[in-house]
Design a protein around this ligand. Sequence first.
Ligand code: AMP
Length: 189
Amino acid sequence: MHQLIIFGPPGVGKGTQAQLISEKLNLFHLSTGEFLRKAIAEKTELGIKAKETVEAGSLVPDDIMIGIVKEALEKNITADCQSAGFILDGFPRTLEQAVALGKIFEQMNFKNVKVLHITVNEDEIVNRLLKRGRTDDTEKTILHRLKVYKNSSKKVIDHYKNNGNCIIEVDGTGEIDEINKKIHALLGK
Ligand code: AMP
């Protein structure tokens, strides 16, 4: 069973790669960003609460995010034997989220979680995001999201290093297909 976390800065291609990987390996794909955007579009209670924060590129509070992920994993993994595991995309983003996720994994008996860490240089990221054109892809918000990422990402990666998780480093520069092939080779598929 593949138990994956895809981690990296905004615009590195996490969403695209997570989608491709989940299709090929039949994984449950949870993108917390997509989850929030859907809630915002549907104007649910969560969406109304989170709208301003997401559009400003800041982080939605940890307790809300942890609740979303816990519920989604419990609903989709234990009850659904169809999927061969999961890929988390956009979560965890803070040390607190990573620690809480570790507890959820323990409860659910997921012992082989791997972290796919994708990186590219910052200029490339800004260019990619400006082309994408989501409502949170203005230059100001992009720079803010990069800052938010820099503030919390090292602690998250260090947490996984210190816990002995397998971290797979991937250079995300280049074509989608090429990067995808590299990832599958590294995952052993
Ligand atoms: P993404 O699609 O992963 O780039 O996420 C888009 C936005 O959703 C982020 O800029 C945050 O505002 C919010 N978001 C997504 N995942 C998280 C998370 N794990 N913790 C806090 N906020 C999140």
